[in-house]
Design a protein around this ligand. Sequence first.
Ligand SMILES: Nc1nc2c(ncn2[C@@H]2O[C@H](COP(=O)(O)OP(=O)(O)OP(=O)(O)O)[C@@H](O)[C@H]2O)c(=O)[nH]1
Ligand SMILES: [Mg+2]
Length: 179
Amino acid sequence: MVVIGDFSIGKSTLLRRFTSHDVFIPQLFSPPDYVQRLSEINEKIIKMIIFDTIGREFNLNSLSNLLRRANGIVLAYDISNRESFGHLEYWKTLCDQNSLDHTAYVLVGLKKDLSEKREVRKEEGESLAKSFQIPFFEASSYDNENVEIVFVTLAQNILSNPLFQKHTEPIISPHKKCL
Ligand SMILES: Nc1nc2c(ncn2[C@@H]2O[C@H](COP(=O)(O)OP(=O)(O)OP(=O)(O)O)[C@@H](O)[C@H]2O)c(=O)[nH]1
Ligand SMILES: [Mg+2]
């Protein structure tokens, strides 16, 4: 999976929150820029590998390489930053052009706790997600609200896609003997 969107909207913080459960770690990320977490989805233990990206001065080649291998993409914006919402069409097009046909998406409005500074109404997020035909959530890493559901929903949608299953080998082939 890949998390993508404008700079400083809270992407790295979201990943930190998702992988460090109870503790909120405010520091910024430094490379290697991915996290891993095991989660139980549809009664199976799934290893999620989630890549962070940077919202500006990114290398388009390495971003394209990342997107080409992604089974799921979290498109993100900051509810207190209208510009980051306005750039979502750009990010979605970039992802569509560089990702697999069966890549699953979810749209998330971050920093839900900043209600006094809100610049993007929830209905606007819902409506954009509807036009993209993808699930939508508002989340707060500070309050640990809706962080889990963003990734679980994305993982469920990846796993339920028959095209994904076709491209996936079982970790241990039932025909091979375990030595
Ligand atoms: N109020 C609030 N602030 C947040 C939240 N998540 C992140 N922040 C703050 O927003 C700022 C940017 O967060 P980052 O996670 O570094 O943002 P980013 O999207 O990874 O930024 P780039 O890596 O530069 O693209 C930091 O000061 C965070 O502490 C949140 O849920 N609520
Ligand atoms: Mg970051």
